[in-house]
Design a protein around this ligand. Structure first.
Ligand code: F6R
Ligand code: MG
Ligand code: MG
Length: 382
C-alpha cells in the first residue's frame, strides 16, 4: 500500500491590476521552484495554478503532514515570487507573507494549507477546490451536502459503504489557539448544523468516514486573526477524495451547483454567491468578484498526480453561473446595506470601527433641532 501526503498551500503574493489575477511570471517562478524540489526529492509531484489572485501549490510527497521541508519549500517559493513581484511593483506584492523568516511551518505565517495523508486505494480520484474572495467557511455547506445530505449524495442511500456516515472535525477559527470538536453524521446532524451554519466562526477542517478513512481537508487559516488587523484574505483550498465507498466525483461536484452566499467579497466585507468556474474564468473582476471556486480533478497514482481535469469548465455548470451572476447583480443593488455588506463583527477589513468611532463622539442625548443642533435647554431656561 502506497502512503502519500497531498499538500495544498496557497498565498496571495501579488496580483495583476489590483486583486484580479496571479501574473504568469509568478506561476512560472513557482513551477520552476517545485520542479527543482522534485529533482531534489523533497516532493514527488506538483501542480501549480491560481484561484483569482491566489497562487496555489498542489504537491504530493511521502513526508507526512506539517513536514518542515515541504512547508519551507512552499514558503521559499512564495518568497521567490514575492521578490520578483516587488521588483515589478505588482499590486499587493507579498501580501500574505507575514514574516521575513520561516519558523518550521507555514501555519500562522500567512499562507493557507490543507493536507491529508492517504493510503492510496486501487484507484484514487481526488478533487482540489480553490476559492477566491471568500473565507474557509465557504466550504461548510458543500462539504455538508457531500457527506450528510442524501438529496445531494445518492450514495448515502444507495451505497452500503456510506451508510455508517461521516465524522466532521470542526474548528473554532475565532480562537487564537486552534480548537476543534468532532461530530458524527447523521447522529449529530442538528448539532453539527448549529455550528457550521455560523461560517465565520466554525469551519470544517477535516472529514473522515465513520471507519476513520480521511476524505476531506480544508485550509482554515484566518489571516486577519493571525495578524490582528486586516492584511489580506484567507481565501481557502480544500482536498476531497471521491468514489469507492466515498461520494462519487459527480456527487462531490453536485454540492457546488448551488451558488450559496459566502462572506469575503470586496474588501472582505461583503456577502456574495460562490460561483463555480473553469480555470479560464478564474479571475475576479466585478466588484472584485463575484467570489469564485475552481475544481481540479486528479488521479493520485503511486505518489504522482495524473491530470488535472478542469471540472467546472462544463456547460452543466452554466446554470449555476447564470444564477450566481443574477444573485450578484441583485445583491450589488444593496450597496452599503446589510446583509450584502457584512455585519461589522464579520468584516475582514478592520478599518470600519475607526470610522464608527469618529461618528460615536458626535452622538448626543438630545435630538437635534431644526437648526441642526441639539436644543440647549440651559439657554432657553434663562
Ligand atoms: C483582497 C481582495 C480585494 C481587496 C479590495 C481593496 O485580496 O480580494 O477585494 O480587498 O480590492 O483592496 P485594497 O485594500 O488593496 O485597496
Ligand atoms: Mg488579493
Ligand atoms: Mg484572493
Amino acid at each position: 500500500m502506497v502512503e502519500t501526503t497531498i499538500t495544498a498551500i496557497k498565498a496571495d503574493i501579488g496580483s495583476l491590476a489590483g486583486h484580479v489575477v496571479v501574473p504568469d511570471f509568478i506561476l512560472e517562478i513557482a513551477r520552476k521552484s517545485l520542479k527543482e524540489a522534485v529533482e531534489k526529492k523533497i516532493i514527488n509531484d506538483f501542480y501549480v495554478t491560481h484561484a483569482g489572485d491566489d497562487l496555489e501549490l498542489i504537491m504530493t510527497h511521502s513526508k507526512g503532514e506539517d513536514n518542515e521541508d515541504v512547508h519551507k519549500l512552499a514558503w521559499d517559493t512564495f518568497m521567490k515570487g514575492t521578490e520578483k513581484a516587488r521588483e515589478l511593483k505588482i499590486y499587493a506584492a507579498g501580501q500574505d507573507i507575514l514574516s521575513d523568516t520561516f519558523s518550521g511551518n507555514v501555519k500562522g505565517m500567512g499562507p493557507g494549507s490543507a493536507e491529508m495523508t492517504i493510503e492510496e486505494r486501487k484507484s484514487e480520484p481526488i478533487g482540489i477546490f480553490c476559492a477566491d474572495k471568500t473565507e474557509p467557511g465557504c466550504f461548510n455547506l458543500p462539504l455538508f451536502r457531500m457527506y450528510a445530505d442524501p438529496f445531494n449524495t445518492a450514495g448515502l442511500i444507495i451505497d452500503p459503504n456510506l451508510h455508517d456516515g461521516f465524522r466532521f472535525v470542526v474548528q473554532d477559527i475565532k480562537k487564537e489557539v486552534p480548537c476543534f470538536i468532532e461530530m458524527k453524521c447523521p447522529e449529530e446532524m442538528y448539532d453539527l448544523l448549529a455550528l457550521i451554519g455560523s461560517t465565520g466562526t466554525y469551519t470544517i477542517r477535516k472529514v473522515y468516514r465513520a471507519d476513520g478513512l480521511i476524505t476531506a481537508a480544508v485550509s482554515t487559516d484566518k489571516l486577519h486573526k493571525i495578524a490582528g488587523k486586516y492584511v489580506g484574505k484567507d481565501d481557502p483550498v480544500a482536498i476531497v477524495r471521491a468514489h469507492s465507498g466515498l461520494p462519487a466525483m459527480g456527487e462531490v461536484l453536485e454540492a457546488f451547483s448551488l451558488p450559496h452566499l459566502v462572506s469575503g467579497w470586496m474588501r472582505g466585507s461583503h456577502a456574495g454567491p460562490l460561483m463555480p468556474v473553469g480555470l479560464k474564468d478564474s479571475r475576479c473582476t466585478r466588484f472584485d468578484g463575484p467570489p469564485r471556486v475552481i475544481g481540479l480533478g486528479f488521479q493520485v497514482s503511486n505518489g504522482r498526480l495524473i491530470g488535472p481535469i478542469d471540472m467546472f469548465e462544463d456547460v452543466a455548470f452554466d446554470i449555476s453561473r447564470q444564477r450566481a451572476m443574477e444573485i450578484a447583480d441583485y445583491l450589488r443593488r444593496h450597496g452599503p446595506f446589510m446583509p450584502h455588506r457584512l455585519h461589522d463583527m464579520d468584516m475582514e477589513y478592520t478599518t470600519l470601527p475607526g470610522v464608527l468611532t469618529k461618528c460615536e463622539a458626535r452622538f448626543v442625548e438630545e435630538e437635534p433641532s431644526s437648526e441642526g443642533k441639539a436644543r440647549d435647554t440651559s439657554e432657553s431656561a434663562e
